[in-house]
Write a protein that binds this ligand. Structure first.
Ligand code: F6P
Length: 538
């Protein structure tokens, strides 16, 4: 029989229905070397997928699928700059931003190098005091004004790698809710505050509204219009529009339409990272991501970390029918990782039509959520252990995570590994009964102590929370997302779904201002709009 994706798909369905009856623990018993075989290593990262309900048969078939669906070739197409974003007729060259496959894209690579060199010069000037505010003060604080891909990556990195020794304090304001900016500004001095207007399109309402309010704040502090540009940096594909803000040319950094917003932290979008953490930290982040690109290009499917992550997610969501995926970093420094990954994976793969326009008959991206351990343990883990939903998870454990108290760090690691084990073993009916007996409970009450376990999850060990490891981790998730998009037959680089809400918001803004609707509006929205107008009428 020819092996087609359809044949493989059917084989995987059959294997899944058999596998679903098994227990992960039994798989360990049957194969004592499972922990060694079900893992792969990338730069600074180990992916341990031994606690998945996954048999050798399933694994081999998934790896065959990777070959048949040409995942290695698809990666080449990505990094060589082919038009992988078909609905926008563009390549998606985030890998080029960190120096991968520069040979194929000499012109673009040179534009990147020039931009990086200009960024380094400006960052150095801000740090050494050569570049100051309008009144001659050195900058102490930088506020990134951006949203989505122009916010979440730099926010994650600055929070993860920031320390007291940072050259500048970094702040991130994304929401159009004025409270976001106002609360941030309360503690700051306009004379020593630098803003980065970060917007690929330079049309995003939230960002432009916050930038306009930031300008007013500076003006209110007596900074003259002509000097306002000294307090701004712009990062955008629309450099000409940024010029209208009187931002000096050397502070306007280009972005290119061949970089997707949620894949852009490696570009000038990362200028707040470099300002906050130092240029060498930013460079080390790029190095980590580049190493992971090289790993992805060279490693065979079974040893390829992001490819395995994608195959595991496919196995879980398509064959074992989980519909939610958790990211559980056991590191407070990685608290923003789930937020970042929500955009990366759900904006990329939350689609329902193939590039050829066919309606997809399978589920696409799972719902992704999570939070830094151990906080979730005292909140939603109850549902994970005893609820009725099927989930998969990534537990991320940095092996070294800083200088702090070793006892507390040991306790944190113990919780990560304990949850991993508890997800697998649960508590059997027999053990629950024994526990109930011991505590003097009847049979019915004892059942409350049962935990089904058998929840598949991956343990990702990071060597440490260094810029290199973090760069590699993020790049791994980027490539996982891309590989999944190939398997799911969709374009991960567009986001047409978010446009409708923006368009309607324009009409509703008019309605809230005038009481008149420009378009036909439903009664519920009209009622809510009237309530808002009434509450805000003076
Ligand atoms: O609305 C979604 C989105 O377009 C994201 O894809 C993007 O990251 C974000 O808005 C911000 O866009 P921009 O960088 O153009 O302001």
């Amino acid at each position: 029989m020819t092996i087609t994706p359809q044949a493989l798909h059917e084989a995987l369905q059959d294997i899944a229905s058999e596998t679903a009856q098994q227990r992960i623990e039994q798989l360990f018993t049957a194969s004592p070397d499972r922990a060694d075989r079900y893992r792969c290593e990338g730069p600074g990262l180990t992916l341990d997928f031994s606690k998945h309900l996954l048999t050798d048969d399933a694994l081999q078939t998934l790896l065959e699928l990777a070959t048949v669906r040409s995942l290695p070739e698809a990666f080449e197409q990505l990094i060589q700059g082919q038009q992988v974003n078909r609905s926008e007729r563009r390549p998606a060259l985030h890998t080029l931003l960190r120096g991968t496959a520069t040979g194929a894209q000499a012109q673009r690579a040179s534009a990147i190098d020039k931009t990086l060199a200009r960024m380094a010069t400006l960052v150095e000037a801000v740090h050494d005091g050569g570049c100051r505010g309008a009144g001659g003060q050195r900058f102490t604080d930088v506020i990134n004004l951006g949203i989505g891909g122009s916010d979440l990556g730099p926010r994650l990195i600055c929070d993860a790698l920031g320390s007291e020794a940072m050259p500048l304090r970094t702040h991130f304001v994304a929401n159009i809710d004025p409270d976001d900016l106002d609360r941030t500004l309360t503690a700051l001095d306009p004379r020593s505050t630098l803003f980065v207007i970060c917007s690929k399109s330079f049309t995003t309402e939230e960002t432009l509204s916050n930038a306009a309010r930031a300008r007013k704040w500076l003006e209110a502090a007596g900074i003259r219009e002509q000097a306002l540009g000294l307090h701004f940096i712009a990062v955008t594909t629309q450099v000409a529009q940024a010029g209208e803000w009187h931002i000096p040319e050397e502070r306007c950094f280009p972005l290119w339409d061949w970089v997707g917003g949620r894949y852009s932290l490696w570009s000038a979008v990362g200028v707040s990272i470099a300002l906050g953490l130092g240029w060498s930290t930013f460079e080390r982040l790029l190095v980590g991501a580049r190493l992971l690109d090289t790993h992805t290009e060279r490693a065979a499917p079974g040893e390829n970390l992001p490819m395995m992550m994608a195959l595991l997610e496919l196995w879980q969501t398509h064959y074992l029918k989980t519909d939610t995926h958790l990211v559980l970093p056991y590191a407070q420094k990685l608290a923003h990782l789930p937020d970042f990954l929500q955009q990366l994976t759900m904006e990329s793969n939350g689609k329902r039509v193939s590039p050829a326009g066919e309606v997809l008959e399978h589920h696409t991206a799972p719902v992704l959520w999570g939070s830094a351990g151990t906080i979730g343990q005292h909140s939603y883990y109850q549902l994970l252990h005893q609820g009725t939903r099927a989930f998969s998870a990534d537990i991320i454990l940095p092996l070294r995570s800083g200088e702090g108290d070793l006892d507390a760090r040991r306790a944190l690691a113990a919780h990560a590994l304990a949850q991993s084990r508890a997800f697998m073993v649960g508590r059997s009916e027999e053990d629950a009964r024994a526990l109930g007996n011991e505590r003097g409970f009847d049979e019915a009450t004892s059942r409350q102590f049962e935990l089904p376990g058998n929840h598949s999850h991956t343990l990702i060990l990071m060597d440490d929370i260094s810029p290199e490891c973090l760069g590699a981790l993020i790049a791994a998730y980027e490539h996982k997302t891309y590989f999944l998009s190939v398997l799911l037959n969709l374009n991960p680089f567009d986001q047409w779904g978010v446009e409708l809400g923006k368009e309607i918001a324009g009409h509703i803004r008019h309605l809230l201002e005038t009481g008149e609707s420009e378009i036909q509006m439903d009664p519920a929205t009209l009622t809510a709009s009237s309530a808002w107008r009434e509450a805000n009428s003076s």
